[in-house]
Design a protein around this ligand. Structure first.
Ligand code: XMP
Length: 528
């Protein structure tokens, strides 16, 4: 699934609508021109304690200016269809770094020229010609991975070439007076020997940033903003699922407005084994929060009866959820705001799908149009690992903070085809065995997400001397950092074997277990 750059207007307008978000003073904007490194670059910058956001490459200078960034980066591989850059951006006077295709854009946009050659992507020795600002503290020579397939042949007026490699005269260029820099390689790539130093130099030496973005600062700022925008009277509800994102969002909002927040925990009958009980215990008993529990299993299962199309299931669940909330909000006494645990990758993934929905994430895409609430999405610009850090700082118990992600539509997207009570029960038991064995083996935190799936197939087996024709369980365990890409988790064989042995022995009507080792892409993590 190649990420596509998408229209910027939605993202920016969306931001302006949200009253509760006043983002940090020091912000870097990355304009995304495609390729797989942009998110990595964003996290790397945040790890250096500078807040940054990704905008599509076709963002206009007006949109960028409105967000008041302290520095700008053009980054990307320039895959087919990558947009051109708004020339107005060069007149904003903001320190600018062009990376890879971003360097070519800069060169062309400012009057230089780019040569297309046939170079391949490979490890390359780079000679640093000017070791000030961007390359300050670097040795005379460093190593990077780059493709010489297109490079700057003539630098624009006011620029000098600051690094070169064999056959590539301009690997980096700078216009110090205008604070515009460019490199032909990706500093966020782990193979770039001095990548972190180069990024630090850009952020702290060139752009003069302080690097004071921390999770503590985020928590303080967000709590204040929520308090200011919600006021002392308004009521807020939060759909609590027990997953990391909604839990952290709820605790953050609770910290801001206390009992003005009522959490609504909808048991849609699609949860994992004992999940409802655990969530209630944590939030009511340990965290002293107001939680209303709604048993809506009957409703959801009846709406899902006969439905086999994955997108239809997701849409039904998304809209029923909101309907249940609206009803409960009335009981709570009329809530004005709804808290959602949307995280940054939800936004980026949904945005990717500008014209092409990959899956409707019900946090983002599946809300019914007539929704009556104003939204509070305090984690909207955080990556998952940042959300976990916030959760830890807020004192959430480990089993919530480190819980594997669980999709809003729950087991409905893991029971393939029609969802029935019987199938849910089979899946729940298999899933619980898998998780128990993973925890016993001490592997839970090494895995991004592990779960069982019940495909809509039967196969022949044998039990004792009887032929069986029963269900297959598929196991899925993936590694990853945020769910946007994933690799298969390589289980110690004994653990996998034990899980399989227990499932076929303990779960009725299951006679076969398979392990899905497909990475994402081309698969998604969930099967539906
Ligand atoms: P996919 O299946 O798209 O999933 O590779 C990426 C990550 O998102 C989770 N996921 C969801 N989360 N609502 C959610 O809150 C949803 O509808 C949803 N669908 C998928 C999935 O579990 C994985 O972590």
């Amino acid at each position: 699934m190649a990420r596509r750059t998408a229209d910027c207007s939605e993202n920016v307008l969306d931001r302006l609508k949200l009253g509760v978000e006043k983002l940090p003073q020091e912000k870097v904007l990355i304009l995304d021109f495609g390729g797989r490194y942009t998110q990595m670059l964003a996290r790397k910058i945040r790890e250096l304690h500078v807040y940054c956001e990704i905008l599509p490459g076709n963002a206009t200078s007006g949109q960028v200016k409105a967000l008041q960034p302290k520095a700008l980066i053009f980054s990307g591989s320039g895959e087919e269809g990558a947009p051109d850059v708004d020339p107005g951006l060069y007149r904003l006077g903001i320190p600018l770094l062009g990376i890879c295709y971003g360097m070519q854009l800069l060169a062309k946009g400012l009057g230089g020229s780019v040569r297309t050659a046939g170079g391949e992507y490979k490890k390359t020795k780079v000679e640093i010609k000017s070791r000030s600002d961007l390359f300050s503290g670097l040795p005379n020579e460093t190593e990077v991975w780059l493709s010489g397939s297109a490079y700057v042949e003539k630098v624009p007026g006011g620029f000098e070439a600051t690094a070169a490699a064999a056959g590539i005269p301009v690997v980096a260029m700078a216009n110090r007076e205008k604070n515009i820099y460019a490199v032909l390689f990706q500093p966020a790539d782990v193979h770039t020997t001095h990548g972190t130093e180069i990024l630090k130099n850009f952020l702290f030496k060139v752009a003069g940033l302080a690097g004071d973005w921390t999770m503590d600062a985020f928590i303080d700022g967000t709590v204040r903003q929520i308090r200011d925008s919600v006021g002392r009277e308004e009521k807020v509800i939060c759909g609590l699922s027990g997953g990391v994102d909604s839990s952290v969002a709820a605790v953050l909002v609770h910290k801001a407005i206390g009992d003005q927040l009522t959490c609504i925990f909808v048991d849609h009958g699609l949860l994992r084994k004992d999940e409802a009980k655990q969530v209630m215990e944590t939030f009511r008993k340990r965290l002293n929060m107001k939680v209303v529990a709604v048993d809506a299993a009957e409703l959801f299962l009846s709406k899902l009866a006969g439905v086999t199309d994955p997108e239809k299931k997701r849409k039904i669940i998304g809209s029923e959820f909101i309907r249940v909330f609206e009803k409960e909000a009335v009981n709570v006494g009329g809530a004005d705001y709804l808290v959602q645990g949307t995280v940054y990758t939800d936004i980026i993934e949904s945005r990717t799908a500008a014209g092409d929905v990959i899956k409707s994430h019900h946090n983002v895409g599946g809300l019914p149009e007539g929704m009556k609430f104003k939204l509070i999405e305090p984690l909207k610009y955080l990556f998952k690992d940042e959300v976990r850090l916030v959760g830890e700082k807020l004192g959430l118990p480990e089993e919530i903070v480190w819980r594997h992600p669980f999709p809003g539509p729950g087991l409905a997207v893991r029971v393939l085809g029609e969802v029935t009570r019987e199938k849910l029960e089979i899946l729940r038991q298999a899933d619980a065995i898998m998780l128990e064995e993973i925890k016993t083996a001490g592997l839970y935190r090494n895995i991004w997400q592990a779960f069982a799936v019940l495909p809509d197939i039967r196969s022949v087996g044998v039990r004792g001397d009887r032929r069986t024709y029963d269900h297959t369980i598929a196991l899925r365990a993936v590694t990853g950092r945020d769910g946007t890409t994933a690799g298969c988790y390589r289980f110690p064989y004994e653990v996998l074997e034990k899980i399989v042995r227990r499932i076929v022995a303990e779960v009725p009507r299951v006679n076969r277990v398979v392990y899905d080792i497909t990475p994402k892409p081309p698969s998604t993590i969930e099967w539906e």
